[in-house]
Design a protein around this ligand. Structure first.
Ligand code: AR6
Length: 203
């Protein structure tokens, strides 16, 4: 269809390369951004300096969407590890915009970084909170070199894809320095296309 035709013209000035369903962008002298369609629970690089990001909720209580898929694949020890994280307020283990890290248990990747994106219609400045959710400080502190994100807040939390992709790509560009590779593993074609458009525009 139309979307595919536009994807096949993605090589602009040598900055992007299209191969096998993955799009590559150089985001700094030492780091690369990769966009791909797929299931983030299958993603890993080396099992020691890699991590996936989960789109969690403030209670760190297993939910649906990508969170449900990650819990299903990681096994029940993941929920136990989440519940060991102390509450900072009653019922809140990870306030919106913040992140917490756990082992990945049965997943092939080394760690899971649980981040809580904004609920688009409930927060006054969702872009500020989404930017915070994509900031990579916790990953850096844990020596993560390869990281994969889903489209945080783009499911149950209702963030429009085209707005979310601009926030995601611009934030990653800003915080990419200490990472070898930053990946987005996107489950839906429409989301993937929004990310691709933002990457072409902003990188
Ligand atoms: N791999 C990659 N992306 C996925 C996968 C997967 N296996 N499954 C779904 N997605 P959502 P949110 C995409 O709803 O909006 C949960 O109940 C999906 O296409 O998972 O941040 C939590 O516990 C969508 O674009 O997360 C929270 O309560 C994106 O993941 C709440 O939902 C995010 O959709 C968080 O809502």
């Amino acid at each position: 269809g139309i979307a595919r035709a536009s994807i096949s013209t993605s090589a602009i000035g040598g900055r992007t390369e299209r191969k096998a369903g993955m799009d590559l962008f150089q985001i700094s002298p030492s780091s690369v951004l990769k966009l791909q369609r797929g299931d983030i629970t299958k993603w890993f690089v080396n099992g020691s300096t890699d991590a996936i990001v989960n789109a969690a909720n403030e209670r760190l209580q297993r939910g649906g969407g990508v969170d449900g898929a990650i819990h299903r694949a990681a096994g029940p020890l993941l929920q136990a590890a989440c519940l060991e994280i102390p509450e900072v307020q009653p019922g809140v283990r990870c306030p919106t915009g913040e992140a917490r890290i756990t082992p990945a248990f049965q997943l092939p990747v080394s760690r899971i970084i649980h981040t809580v994106g904004p609920i688009y219609d409930a927060h006054r400045h969702p872009e500020v909170l989404l930017r915070k959710a994509y900031s990579l400080q916790l990953a850096k502190e844990n020596n993560i070199e390869y990281i994969a994100f889903p489209s945080i807040s783009c499911g149950v939390f209702g963030y429009p894809f085209d707005e979310a992709s601009n926030v995601a790509i611009s934030t990653i560009k800003e915080f990419s320095d200490n990472f070898k590779e930053v990946h987005f593993v996107l489950f839906e074609d429409e989301v993937y296309n929004a990310w691709l458009e933002s990457a072409r525009k902003l990188l």
